[in-house]
Design a protein around this ligand. Structure first.
Ligand code: SF4
Ligand code: SF4
Length: 382
């Protein structure tokens, strides 16, 4: 979506303000509005600022860029805007305006640093590309002839390594053959979200060729952000032709649900947090719940705000690196929602949500256990 195309859509936003609420209007669900309480931070407000930019009534500035970057790209506005024909594009339009901010020299310094590093080393964590597979345990079985590939992603490769390790162990236990490549590059998600699309496109083109050359028919990820990027952004934003299907790990496991055998009971009250990039962005709500409900003796409960209405964890859209205190406050609110339904365990299916929840639990001393679904599976499966 370019800002030129956005011009034909934006004037339809009639500033009704529905986009900042939950479905039942009992709470604000736009993290940016909840934090700043100015209309300009809500989706409708941002749309009008962008309209001003496109029509040269406003100039890009540091303050305007800050408002544009104050958005977790959670998609609550997409779900709640009543203007159905065009609301699908709201997050794309915010990202296009961020790209314009970058072009005009108003990208946040932190974002520039990780963009430049990704161009050279193919990850935003300032790590060396040659260490990308350091997480991989020596005893894991892989097969060069498998036509299924695990796309690990940067967060699980360099920061939340246990999620990558648990993922490959689960596949080995249930006998699904797969391969992975030390030559995978960043999926491009952090760059797309922060407006650095040229570098993101290079990463995307490389990854698509990598899978094509290896004859891969199915790519699965254990990260909600990578999933949304590969599945939605590669074909739609970058117009790349994919010769493979993209699955989240939970979809792959649901297809093989009869192979999941458990050795331990889970006598706990457990709730599930829908990562925005899996739920609202990609409509994937059921697979993680189907798997969770297979755990023997689990007491599964939903939080009041779930599925399309979920509260964002606060980490997405560059907010964790650009506005780290706000990211933690948002995660704290979600943890308290889990406590409200007496959950002892909060499960998610995204390394980014997982990190932010653990940080918030420690920062605010909240008594709840945080698990990625992979970790819970490895602990309880045969
Ligand atoms: S984005 Fe949609 S819900 Fe929000 S103010 Fe505009 S028309 Fe209303
Ligand atoms: S994507 Fe989320 S944070 Fe951004 S404007 Fe929409 S509801 Fe608010």
């Amino acid at each position: 979506m370019s800002l030129d195309i956005a011009k034909g859509i934006l004037h339809r936003c009639f500033r009704c303000g529905y986009c900042k609420f939950t479905f039942d209007f009992t709470d604000f669900n736009c993290p940016a509005y909840k934090k700043y309480r100015f209309e300009s931070y809500s989706s409708g407000g941002k749309m009008w600022l962008i309209w001003g930019l496109i029509n040269n009534e406003l100039k890009m500035s540091e303050n305007l860029a800050k408002i544009l970057y104050s958005c977790t790209t959670c998609g609550n506005c997409v779900e709640n805007c009543k203007f159905e024909k065009f609301n699908d594009f709201w997050v794309d339009i915010i990202e296009a305006a961020r790209a314009e901010a970058f072009k005009q020299g108003f990208g946040l310094e932190k974002f520039k640093t990780f963009g430049e590093h990704t161009a050279k080393e193919h990850n935003p964590y300032l790590e060396s590309h040659q260490n990308r597979l350091d997480w991989l345990p020596g005893d894991v079985k892989m097969s060069d002839s498998a036509n299924i590939a695990y796309y690990v992603g940067c967060t699980a490769s360099y920061r939340q390594k246990k999620i990558a390790q648990d993922t490959v162990r689960i596949l080995n236990r249930i006998g699904i053959e797969f391969q992975l490549s030390p030559e995978e590059w960043c999926c491009g998600s952090p760059l797309i979200r922060t407006g650095q699309t040229d570098i993101a496109l290079e990463q995307a083109q490389h990854n698509v060729m990598l899978f094509k050359n290896a004859g891969i028919k199915t790519v699965f990820t254990s990260c909600a952000g990578c999933y949304r990027t590969l599945k939605e952004d590669y074909p739609r934003k970058f117009e790349l032709e994919l010769d493979f299907e993209v699955l989240h790990l939970t979809e792959l496991l649901e297809r093989n649900i009869e192979k999941l055998e458990f050795a331990k009971l889970l006598n706990k009250t457990v709730t599930y947090h829908d990562p925005c990039h899996l739920g609202r962005h990609a409509n994937l709500y059921d697979s993680p719940r189907v798997i969770l409900k297979k755990f023997p003796e689990i007491n599964f409960v939903e939080m009041k705000k779930n599925r399309e209405n979920s509260t964002c964890c606060g980490a997405g859209g560059g907010v964790k690196s650009g506005f780290s205190d706000w990211a933690l406050e948002q995660a704290r609110d979600r943890l308290l929602e889990a406590k409200e339904v007496n959950a002892e365990i909060l499960v998610s299916t995204c390394p980014f949500c997982n990190r932010n929840f653990i940080d918030a639990k420690n920062e605010f001393n909240i008594d709840i256990d945080i698990f990625d679904l992979t970790e819970l599976l490895v602990e309880h499966m045969k």
